[in-house]
Design a protein around this ligand. Sequence first.
Ligand SMILES: NC(=O)c1ccc[n+]([C@@H]2O[C@H](COP(=O)([O-])OP(=O)(O)OC[C@H]3O[C@@H](n4cnc5c(N)ncnc54)[C@H](OP(=O)(O)O)[C@@H]3O)[C@@H](O)[C@H]2O)c1
Length: 326
Amino acid sequence: MKAVQVTRFGDPSVLTLVDLPDPEPGPGQVAIDVTHAAVGLIDLHARQGLYKDREGLPQPPYVPGLEVAGTVRALGEGVSGFTVGEKVVALPGNGTGGYASVFISQQDRVISTEAYGIDPALAVAAVPNAIMAHIALTGAIHLAAGESVLVHGALGAFAATFPGIARQLGASRIVGTVRTARTGAAAATKLPYDAVVDSDDLPGALGQEKFDVIVDPVGGTLRTQSLDLLAPSGRLLLVGNASGDWEHTIPSNAMWYGNTVVAGFNAGGYIPAHPETIPPAARAALEAVAAGLIEPDIEILPFADAATAHEKLENHSVNGRVVLVP
Ligand SMILES: NC(=O)c1ccc[n+]([C@@H]2O[C@H](COP(=O)([O-])OP(=O)(O)OC[C@H]3O[C@@H](n4cnc5c(N)ncnc54)[C@H](OP(=O)(O)O)[C@@H]3O)[C@@H](O)[C@H]2O)c1
């Protein structure tokens, strides 16, 4: 199969196009002929060596990529419920293998898109992250109908799935924040935000508005500012650290005074402990994407340009998602 490998930790030039033996599905696994593989910030973090020597996380040489769309190629022993040729997406599993023309997934991570007529580039760009957004908003933070939601880094790959899922769950108002360079793209977005404001102008850009739930994949200064943007008994949901501020700490006394909750959600730990959350979240995500509630900008590049894809994310020159094709 055709694949892109991280040959050693380093800059995007370590991404190398290679030919590898076709993998076979083991018991309980599904082999997928990949048509589209999503590129995520976590792929960059792993390639840069942020997870060097961390047990269970990818060490070179490895094939990066967590999410793929394609068709079922073969079923491993004991797998039922899928037919060869069926259109599917795969949720992140062990954190590797996506940038390849054949992907092996555990069967409970494979979601059929066949009945929904979703374009595969959109499917891989939106469905896995939307599934995680649904699980985060329901399981981790218990979003209730009528509540207001603020989403930081509003056009980012993961963030972009939250307004559609929040809308579906009955949120009353959904506002996004983006940096100044992204305000033009935000004005043109099809994502269902009621408003998008410049995060560099916080808190003034929001007037006196406060939110029941704040979704924060960015971290750093924005995370600290968020504590003052929460309504009484509001919940701050930490889902990432796109700012790269790994030393950030939360002022716990501000939480005490503000009656606020700070909760973390990491799909890599949460979903294995709560596998029962996948089927309802998958239904919700597929319905939201099919209804046009989650339409991020998508840029498609060939596997051979994987280094360019990583550079674009590193340079912050992507308005939505980058998707690779074999
Ligand atoms: N919890 C989970 O299960 C889960 C699932 C998926 C992803 N994640 C995490 O979520 C984070 C985002 O991942 P992604 O794939 O969505 O990345 P992405 O597409 O690159 O999106 C990152 C977003 O954050 C914004 N951003 C970066 N630095 C910022 C700063 N200093 N101030 C304000 N905004 C900033 C970016 O804005 P610009 O466009 O202006 O740069 C962009 O909109 C990562 O930490 C990833 O590991 C977590």
